[in-house]
Every structure is written in C-alpha cells, then in structure tokens.
Design a protein around this ligand. Structure first.
Ligand SMILES: NC(=O)c1ccc[n+]([C@@H]2O[C@H](COP(=O)([O-])OP(=O)(O)OC[C@H]3O[C@@H](n4cnc5c(N)ncnc54)[C@H](OP(=O)(O)O)[C@@H]3O)[C@@H](O)[C@H]2O)c1
Length: 254
C-alpha cells in the first residue's frame, strides 16, 4: 500500500524510547525525505539515528537534543524550521503518567502535567502548522491515552490527556479545510523493555494480571509497533477524511 509519505519531511517529538522510538523506526522503514528526532537523551537519539540510517529508506536522519520542559518550545520549533524548512508530518509524542498524582495538589503540579502532556505540543504546533497550511497539506498526530476517555488512574495525567483530546478535536475542526489533518491515537497499556508495565510484570505480576483482567479485554499489553502502525496510517494520505479524530488503540480497554 502506498502511504504517500516517501517525499515528506517528518518531525518526531519524544522519539528516543518506547512508542516514539518505534514510530521513528516505522518512518525509517516506510521511507521519507527528512526524519528529525527530538528528545532529551542524546545517547539514545544518536543510537536511534544510526538504526534508522541502517534501515536506509529515509534520505536524511538527524536528531536534536532538547529538554522541552525547560526550554521554550516556541523557540525550539522556530529553530527547527530554520534548519530543515517546513515539516509535512509532526508527531507529538511527549507525555507520561509519572507526574505528581495528588488531586488536591496546587495548580503548580496540575500545570506541570498539563505542560508535559499537552502544552509543549500546543506551543510547537503554533509555529509548525502555519507553514503546513501555506503548503496545503499536513499531518499532526498526538499520542494521547485511553486514560483521557476512561478518566481513571492518575487524575492529573487523565485530565491533561483529556484536555489534549479536546484541543485536537477543536483545533482539528478549525483547520480541517486547510489540508492539515490533526489527530491523535489513544493507546491502552503498552509494555516495552524498561517501561512501567515491563517493570511491573517483574515486581508485581499479580497487579498486572489484575489490571489486564479488569481493564484490558484483550488480556495482554499492547506493543509499541501496534501503536506506531496506526500513527503511520494517520500520517499518510489515507487519513484525509479524519481531521480531529481520536483513534483508540487499546486492546478493548474497559
Ligand atoms: N506506555 C503506555 O502504556 C502508554 C499508554 C497510553 C499513552 N501513552 C502515551 O504515549 C506517549 C509515549 O509513551 P511512552 O510510554 O513511550 O513514554 P516514554 O518511554 O517515557 O517516552 C516519552 C518520550 O518523550 C521524551 N521526553 C520526555 N520528556 C521530555 C522533555 N522534557 N523534553 C524532550 N523530550 C522529552 C522521552 O525521551 P527522553 O527521556 O530522552 O527525553 C521519550 O522519548 C506518551 O505521551 C504517553 O503518555 C503511553
């Protein structure tokens, strides 16, 4: 199937590990013009760049190390445009449930979770989307979470991902007629080496089994590849009628 992305310039924000890493490898396999990878950990990024180059289907693969909680995401986005020209596809993958989780915490903590799970993406999008609109084609895909829909688990995380979903739906609608499709995937629980669920399977197997029994109908954790495949679809021409879509990839979470 031709996804129509071989000539596209792709930016992945939050690419160094887990789901973002697998998304990067998927673009490298599929082929694209530029593949630019952002995260904090330079060592992991450089290893990933080598791996993507080894696969060999992307014309240019480069990484930039940024801490987007401590740097101004607007300025980082503007400097990326200056270096690489406009991006056709942007993946906004940064986020975590490992934030403060006290629902009676000060707004300072809520603001932290909100910035990490939505604010960085919003700041970068404000800079990266206008050139896409000018070109008449673009894809902006966010990694949300099934927590946004179920509103379970860490309240600060679930609320910030719910805010992200609202942003994707409302902004996706507002720019729908421009040729830029904004969307999100909603992963259920995903395990990969070193991840929360991977460690939990070693330290607290009973808790994992209980979680799967009660919350993930499929009875197993998802893989990064199962999320990345859907992201690749949303990044392609095939998602042209999907602005504002929030796509669950969650093993029938309940
Ligand atoms: N895993 C799951 O079960 C699951 C389920 C539902 C939704 N999700 C969502 O899926 C996305 C990816 O999750 P994951 O499990 O793959 O998480 P992860 O392993 O923690 O990956 C997050 C990525 O973001 C980067 N990052 C984090 N903070 C950053 C910062 N301040 N500046 C720049 N980069 C930063 C990390 O790289 P560095 O550490 O190198 O900076 C990493 O590449 C998240 O949005 C998460 O909420 C995950």
């Amino acid at each position: 199937m031709d996804l129509g992305i071989k000539d596209k310039s792709v930016l992945i924000v939050g690419a160094s590990r887990g789901i973002g890493r697998e998304i990067a490898l998927s673009f490298a396999r599929e082929g694209c013009r530029n593949l630019i990878l952002i995260a904090r950990t330079e060592k992991l990024l450089l290893e990933l760049v080598d791996e993507c180059k080894f696969i060999g289907n992307a014309d240019l693969v480069e990484s930039r190390s940024h801490d987007l909680m401590n740097e101004d995401a607007n300025i980082v986005a503007a400097s990326l445009l200056e270096s690489y020209g406009h991006f056709d596809i942007v993946i906004q993958n940064i986020g975590t449930s490992l934030t403060p989780r006290d629902p009676l915490a000060k707004f300072f903590d809520w603001e932290y979770a909100l910035k990490l799970n939505a604010g960085i993406a919003i700041d970068m999008n404000n800079i990266l989307i206008p050139p896409m609109i000018k070109g008449g084609w673009g894809r902006v895909i966010h990694t949300s979470s099934i927590s946004a829909k179920m509103l379970r688990g860490n309240p600060l995380y679930a609320s910030s991902k719910a805010f992200l979903n609202s942003y994707v739906i409302t902004t996706g609608r507002a720019i729908a007629s421009t040729g830029v499709v904004m969307s999100a995937v909603e992963p259920g629980a995903v395990a990969f080496p070193g991840s929360y669920w991977d460690v939990a399977q070693v330290n607290d197997l009973e808790k994992c089994e209980d979680f799967l029994r009660h919350h993930q109908s499929i009875g197993r954790f998802g893989s990064c590849k199962e999320i990345a495949d859907v992201v690749l679809f949303l990044a392609s021409n095939l998602s042209s009628f999907m602005p504002g879509a929030i796509v669950p990839v969650d093993g029938a979470n309940m």
